[in-house]
Design a protein around this ligand. Sequence first.
Ligand SMILES: [Zn+2]
Length: 718
Amino acid sequence: MKTNSIYSFITCTVLLFSTSCKDETTKTEHTKTETAMSDNILLQDYTGPYGGVPAFDKMKVDQIQPAVIEGMSQGLKDIEAIANNTEVPTFENTIEAMERAGHGLDNVFTYYGIFSSNMSSPEFREVQSQLAPKLSDYRSKINQNEALFKRVKAVYDASQTNPLPADQQRVTQLVYKGFEMNGAELDAEKKKRYAEINKELSSLYNKFGDNVLHDEENYITYLTKDQLDGLSDGFIKSAAKIATDNGKDGQYAITNTRSSMDPFLTYSTERELRKQVWTNYYSRGDNGDQYDNNTLIAEILKLRRERVKLLGYSNYAEWRLQDRMAKTPANAMGLMEAVWPAAIARVKEEVVDMQDVAGDDLKIQPWDYRFYAEKVRQKKYNLDSDEVKQYLQLDKLTQALFYTAGRLFNYKFTPVKEGKVPVFHEDVKVWEVTDKDSGKAIGLWYLDPFARPGKRSGAWATTYRSHTTFDGPKTVLASNNSNFVKPAPGEAVLVSWDDAETFFHEFGHALHFFSSNVKYPTLNGGVRDYTEFQSQLLERWLSTDEVINQFLVHNKTGKPIPDSLVQKIKKASTFNQGFATTEYLASALMDMKLHLADPENIDIDAFERETLAELNMPSELPMRHRTPHFGHVFSGEGYATAYYGYMWADVLTSDASEAFKNAPDGFYDKAVADKLVKYLFAPRNSIDPAEAFRLFRGRDAKIEALLRDRGFPVPTNN
Ligand SMILES: [Zn+2]
């Protein structure tokens, strides 16, 4: 049987704290047979330049369902062929054969991901909800294939006495562990129940996501001309355009998404309107109507608990964390609880500062926090976010990314002529990535920068093809996706400092994809509390002198950002860390506590309230993601009991960043950069992450670096 590479990943890695990520690394396994491929374009191999590229210009929603169904049936046939092989199980005829699977379905999922995240529509959502249980069945059929598991186990057992070459040993271990964690060793009756639970969950996840989306689309606040006080011209222009697009010409639309809510709450002087916009946003999925997620969440928690109990675990978190860097819920909680007191203590100080500005007649409420924080920022640091924005142009920032990648990774980015590579929307741009010296092809970088209806909020990175070498080298097709507000024609795209950091962050994920040196697809997989590290670290290059001096130039005058303003930004970098750390940690703690609690008769609303009270959550701010719209955790399993992972990774980030700070040439130190690429980017999951960090740093990461970074006091007794 001719086998052909594959495995597919829908790796949606979402940015530091960005909204919901449906992602979870979904791996579909299947082997391609020699028979002719389907005439469904979505199943076909990529064709055209650069080792083949997805046919984004030809895809249609109505091709998805038949393509997935046909892809699954091909996949199962191939899995059967591996399972029923009569030869003695070997790495090659079992593990490697599985690695070589999923070509057709792998391709389909590239398009599926676009329709799901970038181009969603009611039509697609219908298809998605029909496919969810079928895909769940498909995965169960593979995970529960006894003959297949027997062969995997035979290879694994043999490898314990006669180790394979390092990368084969690691793939074998990961594949075996995956089976074990997904119920391969259960008896028939338990297996049946296990599969039923997964099927039910997959529908609940979709429903959860749909409900949030419904509330995002249906709670738009329309303003009149006299309600715009405090808002910037750029914001007003785009709000007018969105209103016009929605058939409300002459009004101004504040959409129910973070990118609209956040600037509105920061700048609008209309307190009642701030309250309304705040309430809409933080009530998503919690409006007591048919789109309310509370009972759905209870159902999800119960099913998750039941499922891991079948495997002998006492709770979901314990099961989930065993192959993460943190290893146990206690380790993850330990980190969060070590930082929490410093975070809420800082909130108290921030509120005092804000209360000073607001005066005695106004008590700071959650819809006032951003507004008065901005006032304090201006007073304390004389730093005006809108002034900073004038120096943050999307085009220049894109060049800054390329510069950074050039210095650290030796990559060169060249724009691909329009029309040469198909794109799914006219806003999407593509660059060719090559090695600066050798000219060797690394891959293509797709950028989909702007918000539009049907595109989910936040920012994320994906691959359309990952690097592997076991069947000949494959170049990487990676994408970054953001929700910058598209400017009125002729205006520069100006972004906030936070958005600029996010832009660097997502690019960090892309560089992690591009730099992969692994042989087998499984080794590209992410470890949830580790995969945010590479991206978070890359954010640090935004504020290096090299980037500041070359790329942060005024959009009208072209003059570089004045040093005085840069100094202010640096001085203000720990500003509002009470708010940022507390809103994040409240969500991360909630995620963990929800999964450690007894789900029987759980009342989500009460649980959230009581847990926050126990934590002494300050009343002046909400959780970053309230439970009813916590998509990271409930629209899939990607971040379930894993939201802590951002902070876990940030400990690594702070510590690694100190390694650069202390190096002779700082953030562009050649020796440290080489080690960074060699140990922390290129190996992806082919080395245990804790071991990889030790190779880079000579020791484990220390939490003190994170505390220093956030401007929190560092305890002296450890
Ligand atoms: Zn990320």
